[in-house]
Each structure stands twice: as C-alpha cells, then as structure tokens.
Ligand binder design. Structure first.
Ligand code: 2HG
Ligand code: ZN
Length: 462
C-alpha cells in the first residue's frame, strides 16, 4: 500500500482530524522535549478509543509502516521519538484521556492511557485516595507512558515503581487484537501474568490503552525536611537512622549534591534554606496516625547531635514543603540551562552509593578534566542521576562507557527508571549478558515477529 493509500484509509477509519501530516502540526511529535532525538513520521495519529488504536495498528501493519506510541512525551531516553526513515507513524494516546472509574472501597482507578498523571491524582484525592506515583513531570506525563516505561520517581521507596501499581491492563498487540485484562484483583494467579510483558517494555510488545491502578489511602500527616550532610556516606547513616526511628512512614529519601543545588539557586532563582554543604538529603515521611511530626523532629535532633547531619530545616507549612520539593524537582531544568549534559540514570546497591560516586568521579575527572558532575537522585532506591555537564565536543559514548563500567563493577543497572529507549540500546547490549538479551529477543519475536512496534527501541534492530 502506498503512503497516500494508507493516509486515506487512516482518515476514513479515525476521522480527518485524527491524522496529522501538516509540518507544523507534526512538529511536537517529531522530537523529545530535550531535543536530543529527532525523526520525521509519515503522520501522527490521535485515536479517540481503543478500537481506533486497533484499527490504526492493523492498517499500518498491512501497509508496512511501523508504529511509535507516544504519551506525554516527557521521557529522557528517546523511547517515543520516531526515526527519520519515513516508514514510521506516531500514535499519540493523548485524546484517550478518560477516567473510567474510581472504586473507593477497592482503592483502584481505571483510566485511559492518555490521562495526565496529575489529573488522575487530583481525581482520586477528591475521594481521599492517593495515586502514589510522584514525578517532576507529573503535570504532562500520561498514564500509558508511565506504565510502558515502568516510571519511578520520588516515592518508590514506599510505594514501588509504576509496576507495583498496575493491577490490570488493556493492550493492543502487534496484530491489532485488543487484549482486555482490566481486572482489579489483588490476587490473580490464573496462569501467566501477561500484563507484566507490557510494563516497562516501552511499547515494543504492545500499546497500553488503559490501566487499572492500585491506589493507597491518602496519608493525613506529612513531614518534609531538608538536611545538610557532609558526605554520601553520612546520607546512608541518616537513611538507616530514619528507618529505625520512623520506619515505614519514610516516603521519600532524595540525595542532592551541593553542586546540584547551586545550579538550582542560580538558574531557577530559588532560595536555599541551607548552604555550604557538599550534600543534602530531602526526606519525606507520611502517615495517617498522629505523632509523625514529633517523631521526625526527634529523629532530626538525634541526627544533629550524633553529627550524622550538620544542619536541618523542617517545613512548617504546605507552602514550605512545596518550596523544599521545588529545589529537588527543578534540578533537571536548571541543569538544562547550564549547557550540554550527559545523563546517566543508574542504580547500584544502596550501600554501594558512596563508593560508586567516588570511583565514578575519579574516572570522569581523570578522562574529562573539564567536566562538571551533577549528581542527585533517589538514594533511598539506590538510584543516582549521575549527570555530567560537558563542553559541546565531548565524546558522549566514551563518557557513557566510563560511567557504566563503574556501575557494572558494583552490579548496578545502566537504567534505573528512565528506560532504554533509543539512547541506551548500545550500552545495554554491552552491559547485559548475552543470555539476557537472547530471552528478550525471543519474547519480542513471539509478540511482534515483524518488528513493527517501536522498532529500534529497547532492543537493537539486528
Ligand atoms: C528526576 O529524578 C528525574 O528528577 C530526572 O528522573 C532526572 O534529569 C534527570 O536526569
Ligand atoms: Zn529520577
């Protein structure tokens, strides 16, 4: 089928306005938000329902065009950006944004893939419930992308990655079949748990069109504190002390280098309540039982007395809480304003964070003396965003290899939460065992034998 015939068939099936081909209309679908990856699809499709997604998949497959699913386009690995072969079609889930059902007793929400995370969070909050996925990009990221990338964020420590929230999925697979598994069961051992195949596989095995997510009670009390600590090692002492003192109420434990907060102060014009420390910890605790503030303040007193922390502030109002979180959540934007940065979204065993940082710093500074390290991340999950600010000419691939080799020497992962997308394919091939790649290939081949769904992402083309 020619491109013209495919476009005609897509217009007949989805409607004239759901098929974008005009250069200006297409522009936002051609690149990621950081402008790191760029392509040019034949068109972008905006289906309104699952049947239209299935119809589009069947038409594109028959015509020999591959499909690149796209949600809020907030990813950092180029997983939703098409190539420039002219043989790809972007399928945006943005118009499928309905909240289908909230079950207050079962604490679940059934929601379409295009619903923005924050919209879903606000809807369940009205019912006294929490959708516990928390990301800086939550005002734009969409549920389908969050599921497809198994997104992480700042409360994984307490609530797990997106995968832990997914109870049921509706998926369109490569041959255009709709698989409806929108169950809201806490227990379901009836055969293969096939929904797992579509979580974190970035649209390479199927297109998530709707999900049932497990919610949690909205905690009645929350305490947020910023601490200054002398080193990453001290931050782990703080983590252990916090676990002992306030246990399961610990919701977030973020580590930020002094350099990261210096970028935030300079580019975002945000005031730092603490200064002159090499490292900072942003700690959040939440609970539905009273006494949390007293327990957390007593913990902070002990931390200062025992010199695990050198200084600390506790937010006294929701506004102050938001101000502390704004420091953490604007690091990415501040880093973007500083110049070119090469991101590494790595994880190592939590206890190895200080040694990883020391070895990576040494390796980077030796090979790239001009580079500046912007390290921060979800230390409570062993996940460090080890970003390196470099001059335009620097060889990103060489820097990636250097950092990832240190990561691997600690038994770490080269993608903790951002996914492989197109950005990390070659590094994944280098860092994962051949047998691991081989079983991934077999699953891909079984579900998408013609490599039609998001080709070149997660796995190499060949
Ligand atoms: C975060 O934790 C995000 O803020 C983005 O995962 C990290 O910009 C980054 O590298
Ligand atoms: Zn992160």
């Amino acid at each position: 089928m020619s491109a013209e015939a495919l476009l005609l068939a897509l217009r007949q099936s989805l409607g004239e306005l759901a098929v974008l081909t005009d250069e200006r209309d297409l522009e936002p679908y051609c690149h990621d938000w950081r402008h790191m990856f760029k392509g040019r699809p034949l068109c972008a499709l905006l289906p309104r329902n699952t049947e239209q997604v299935a119809a589009a998949v069947r038409l594109c497959a028959a015509a020999g065009y591959s499909v690149v699913p796209q949600g809020g386009n907030t990813g950092l690995s180029g997983g939703a950006t098409p190539d420039d072969s002219g043989r790809q079609v972007v399928l945006s889930l943005a118009r499928m944004n309905a909240i289908r059902h909230i079950d207050v007793v079962g604490e679940t929400i059934e929601v379409e893939a295009g619903c923005v995370l924050q919209t879903a969070q606000e809807a369940v909050a009205e019912q006294g419930l929490l959708l516990p996925i928390s990301l800086a990009a939550e005002g734009s990221a969409r549920i389908g992308g969050i599921v497809s990338t198994n997104a992480g964020g700042t409360n994984v420590l307490r609530y797990g990655m997106a995968r832990a929230r997914v109870m049921g999925l509706e998926v369109v697979i490569a041959d255009g079949q709709v698989i409806n598994g929108l169950r809201s069961l806490r227990k379901d051992n009836a055969g293969y748990d096939w929904k797992q195949w579509f979580i974190g596989t970035e649209g390479t095995l199927g297109i998530v069109t709707a999900a049932v997510l497990q919610l949690a009670p909205m905690p009645r009390y929350r305490v947020t504190a910023l601490l200054a600590v002398a080193s990453a090692q001290h931050s782990l002492a703080v983590l252990c002390a916090a676990r002992r003192a306030i246990g399961e109420t610990l919701t977030g434990f973020e580590l930020m280098s002094g350099a990261a907060l210096e970028l935030v102060a300079r580019h975002q014009q945000l005031r730092l309540p603490l200064t002159d420390s090499a490292w900072y910890v942003l700690l959040e605790a939440s609970s539905s039982l009273p006494g949390l503030r007293e327990a957390t303040e007593s913990l902070l007193g002990d931390l200062l007395e025992q010199e695990m922390a050198t200084d600390g502030v506790v937010a006294e109002s929701e506004r102050q809480e938001a101000e502390l979180w704004a420091l953490r959540e604007s690091i990415t934007e501040a880093e973007g304003k500083e110049g070119r940065s090469i991101k590494h979204d790595v994880s190592v065993p939590i206890s190895a964070i200080p040694a990883f940082l020391a070895q990576a710093d040494q390796a980077v500074q030796q090979a790239f003396p001009e580079a500046r390290i912007n390290a921060f991340g979800h230390a409570g999950d062993g996940n460090i965003h080890y970003n390196v600010i470099v001059a335009p000419g620097v060889d990103a691939a060489a820097l990636n290899r250097l950092v990832h080799d240190v990561v691997c020497s600690f038994g770490g992962s080269i993608s903790a939460e951002h996914g492989i997308g197109q950005y990390r394919v070659s590094e994944m091939v280098r860092c994962r065992a051949p047998a691991e790649l081989e079983i991934a290939r077999r699953v891909k081949h079984a579900l998408d034998p013609h490599n039609f769904l998001n080709p070149g992402k997660v796995l190499p083309l060949q």
